[in-house]
Design a binder for this molecule. Structure first.
Ligand SMILES: *[C@@H]1O[C@H](CO)[C@@H](O)[C@H](O)[C@H]1NC(C)=O
Ligand SMILES: *[C@@H]1O[C@H](CO)[C@@H](O)[C@H](O)[C@H]1NC(C)=O
Ligand SMILES: *[C@@H]1O[C@H](CO)[C@@H](O)[C@H](O)[C@H]1NC(C)=O
Ligand SMILES: [Fe+2]
Length: 477
């Protein structure tokens, strides 16, 4: 049944695209009615503080290890620094185990954070639903999460991709649509709360409100974090100049498990995917820690175990929007060659508040002493996808460069989110879903063929069976 549906989607996609020139990009002229680009007022119910003395709030989780058998659970208590304790087990209301972690707090200008709790819950079973309880007495709260299946080449898994979310009514629409998608883990491409749009004590207050806003999802499934420019928070005017202070205090990542020296860049393996998170705003040129680490991490990728190699970063490397045009060039100059050499499947980025997808192209022949400086089709190159369209208070980036560059396959200035549904080692179904006046509308969809397995003999055999020309085009994407 499932695969029938898949075939149907695949076929309709082919029909939609069969009379398009493969190399001509599409600029969607869809114009949506948007909610105003204003943050939701603090007294709105979406930011409600849970009732009870010292009740845990802003509950969120992320993967806690390299393999998917651990989570880091974090929350804030406003009144007292009570113990960071997670009671958990596999049946509701019955806590078989206890994990303990640490409590921190920080200041930003005169804002004093609540007590921030981080607990590593490890040695979990794969593919298991866990219930967990945090807080004490009448203020205790219970949630649940599902661990991923054991890592393996054909393990199906559905990821969501969200970027530049913020806390407006558009953000809420994106979040609600994402939650209807059935995806199991969020790959977040940076710019979380947009709290830095505020001043003085309101910065911390808007980090807290965002934590409560996203809890409806983040308390129940991991969000794989990466940092954007709105996490930098360089505020000389209030004497706060340590970059990423709020982000690092609040959103830990499992960087030690992959031998990274910084929570800003790291990797996790989950189901059939190897996910590498890069930091656009940390040093990455040759010989820096991030560069050294990535060169080692790429060697650790085992496509026989995790066929899908996915990279997250904030600044897109290929972007044809006037917003942030060419900001990705510095990282492209350093890493693009590696992405092509290692046959990365897809690179997700945010930053530009619109949606865009590239063809498989590269620009690695260019060096400063020759004239070859235009991207060319390259079957080994990743697809670059910008999903900076979460819906924050800065509004849409509505102005695209004209004419559409040849590297750009599809672009539209609307809000939304994406999903990547891995079926097996060769096929993944990708969707971009726009928020269309309150409805979720799948807009840009295609079948992503795995870059490693599609060039293996087995893949070639598959190609022969489905030898219609339209399928051939899809296969070569
Ligand atoms: C953290 O909380 C403790 C206990 O309330 C307090 O004494 C300390 O000043 C706080 N630290 C920071 C950095 O705010
Ligand atoms: C630069 O490009 C030219 C022309 O393709 C090539 O001959 C040369 O080897 C390249 N130099 C380096 C250092 O890659
Ligand atoms: C992978 O999944 C696709 C789509 O469901 C299917 O057509 C294909 O035969 C599968 N390949 C393998 C190797 O199982
Ligand atoms: Fe950004």
């Amino acid at each position: 049944m499932k695969s029938l549906l898949f075939q149907l989607i695949l076929t309709s996609f082919v029909l939609l695209n069969s009379d398009n020139n493969v190399n001509a990009g599409v600029t969607s002229d869809f114009i949506r009615k948007e909610y105003p680009s204003e943050d939701i007022p603090l007294d709105n119910e979406v930011f409600a503080v849970p009732t009870g003395h010292n009740a845990p709030q802003q509950v969120h989780m992320t993967q806690g290890d390299y393999e998917g058998k651990a989570v880091i659970i974090s929350w804030v208590t406003a009144d007292e620094p009570e113990a960071s304790k997670v009671q958990y087990g596999t049946s509701k209301g019955k806590s078989e185990f206890i994990a303990e972690g640490k409590t921190t707090n920080y200041t930003l200008y005169k804002y004093k954070s609540g007590y921030i709790h981080h607990v590593l819950v490890d040695n979990l079973e794969y593919d298991t639903k866990y219930y967990y309880k945090i807080g004490t007495g009448h203020s205790a709260r219970e949630f649940w999460f599902q661990t991923p299946p054991k890592i393996g080449p054909d393990v199906p898994y559905k990821f969501g991709i969200i970027g530049d979310l913020g806390q407006t009514y558009n953000s809420l629409s994106t979040l609600e649509h994402y939650m209807e998608s059935g995806a199991e883990t969020v790959l977040f491409v940076g710019d979380l709360a947009y709290a830095d749009r505020y001043e003085y004590n309101d910065v911390g207050i808007r980090w807290d409100s965002w934590g409560r806003f996203v809890e409806r999802s983040t308390a129940y499934q991991p969000w794989i974090w990466s940092a954007g420019n709105h996490e930098i928070e360089y505020f000389p005017y209030m004497d706060e100049v340590v970059p990423f202070k709020s982000y690092l205090e609040r959103y830990p990542t499992p960087h030690l498990a992959c031998k990274s020296s910084s929570p800003m860049w790291y990797a996790v393996r989950r189901a059939s995917a190897h996910i590498i998170v890069l930091s656009s705003y940390s040093p990455f040129v040759k010989y820096t820690p991030q560069w050294e680490w990535l060169s080692e991490e790429l060697k650790r990728v085992d496509r026989e175990k995790t066929p899908w190699l996915i990279i997250l970063m904030h600044i897109p490397i290929y972007n044809s929007n006037d917003a942030h045009f060419m900001e990705g060039e510095s990282m492209r100059a350093v890493f693009e060659e590696w992405f092509v050499h290692h046959k990365v499947d897809v690179v997700f980025a945010g930053h530009v508040h619109a949606y865009e997808r590239s063809f498989r192209i590269s620009n690695i022949r260019y060096n400063v002493s020759d004239g070859d400086r235009y991207p060319v089709p390259d079957k080994s190159a990743p697809v670059y996808i910008t999903v900076g369209d979460g819906g924050n208070q800065e509004g849409l980036a509505g102005s695209f460069r004209d004419p559409q560059p040849e590297y750009s396959a599809f672009r539209e200035a609307s809000y939304g989110h994406s999903t990547l549904e891995i079926r097996n080692r060769t096929h993944a179904l990708y969707h971009w879903n726009r928020n269309d006046d309150g409805k979720k509308v799948p807009t840009d969809s295609f079948v992503l063929h795995n870059q490693y397995w599609s060039s293996s003999p087995r893949r070639r055999k598959l190609k022969k069976i489905h030898s219609s020309s339209a399928l051939g085009w899809i296969a070569s994407y």
